[in-house]
Design a protein around this ligand. Structure first.
Ligand SMILES: Nc1ncnc2c1ncn2[C@@H]1O[C@H](COP(=O)(O)OP(=O)(O)O)[C@@H](O)[C@H]1O
Ligand SMILES: [Mg+2]
Length: 241
């Protein structure tokens, strides 16, 4: 009898735990599915950029939705828009103490919601390697459309390495990878994985690598940490292929 009574409590608790685990599993897998799609899209954009190289300057653009209007704007244009029409937007904190040239606006897709908070956590652990997060940006409806961070005046790791002579390139790649390994070690010691380390999410400024664009879906960090280790191996081998 006592056993039956305790079962009444135990069974729903076990069910609840199983449901939470299932939801977490689905959450990460949906994310993986979208990332696969994104990687395909990324490679298509990569090919387009390669073909257009030298003919047209391909800049970083983002789809900004403000109310009913959707427009493609570059980061610089969005910053201009923010200062000139500030009434249309809500900032979580003040950007008054920064000059516009110091800032970088990042528009976010729905998969990148939470990226500002993740970047802030990473900044607390690695302030020397993460652009200072400054403010989230919402449109008049309260929808998060992006965030502002400190601009890193450098080149992506891809461009930086491509601009070097072959003999220095290997040495520089090894040196940067050593630094990135250190970053990943510190982040994972704190239970955080970047999740998307590749040559265009690393910016080199004064020889120092900075990390941008981390994956931000909650509860997937153990997967991200594994990915970080793999991505660093890939970065090592791409140069030797
Ligand atoms: N804080 C920053 N300062 C300067 N350039 C940046 C900064 N963050 C991103 N970028 C540049 O913009 C590009 C795209 O930004 P990213 O956050 O990687 O967005 P996406 O989701 O489009 O990959 C990066 O490859 C880098 O060249
Ligand atoms: Mg990126």
């Amino acid at each position: 009898m006592q056993c039956a009574t305790s079962l009444v409590y135990v069974v729903p608790i076990v069910k609840l735990i199983a449901t939470i685990k299932l939801l977490k599993y689905l959450n990460c897998n949906v994310h993986r599915y979208y990332m696969k799609k994104r990687i395909t899209l990324d490679s298509v954009i990569g090919i387009a950029k390669e073909n257009l190289a030298g003919k047209i300057q391909v800049g970083f653009t983002g789809l900004i939705k403000t109310g009913k209007k959707a427009t493609y704007l570059r980061s610089e244009e969005m910053l201009k828009e923010l200062t000139e029409n500030s009434g249309k937007y809500v900032l979580d904190s003040s950007i008054d103490s920064y000059s516009r040239n110091d800032l970088f606006f990042k528009p976010i897709s729905f998969l990148e919601r939470g990226q500002f908070d993740k970047l802030s956590k990473m900044y607390d652990i690695l302030p020397e390697a993460i652009p200072t997060p400054i403010t989230k940006v919402r449109n008049g409806d309260g929808k998060e459309i992006g965030y502002i961070m400190r601009k890193i005046e450098g080149n992506t790791m891809a461009d930086y390495l491509a601009g070097l002579n072959a003999d220095i390139r290997y040495r520089e790649n090894d040196r940067i990878l050593k630094e990135l390994n250190g970053y990943v070690g510190k982040l994972s010691a704190n239970g955080i994985g970047h999740g998307d380390i590749h040559e265009r999410n690393v910016i080199i400024y004064n020889g120092k690598p900075f990390l941008v664009d981390p994956f931000a879906i909650n509860d997937c960090d153990s997967w991200y940490m594994k990915r970080d280790a793999n991505n660093l191996k890939k970065l090592k081998s791409t140069l030797y292929d």
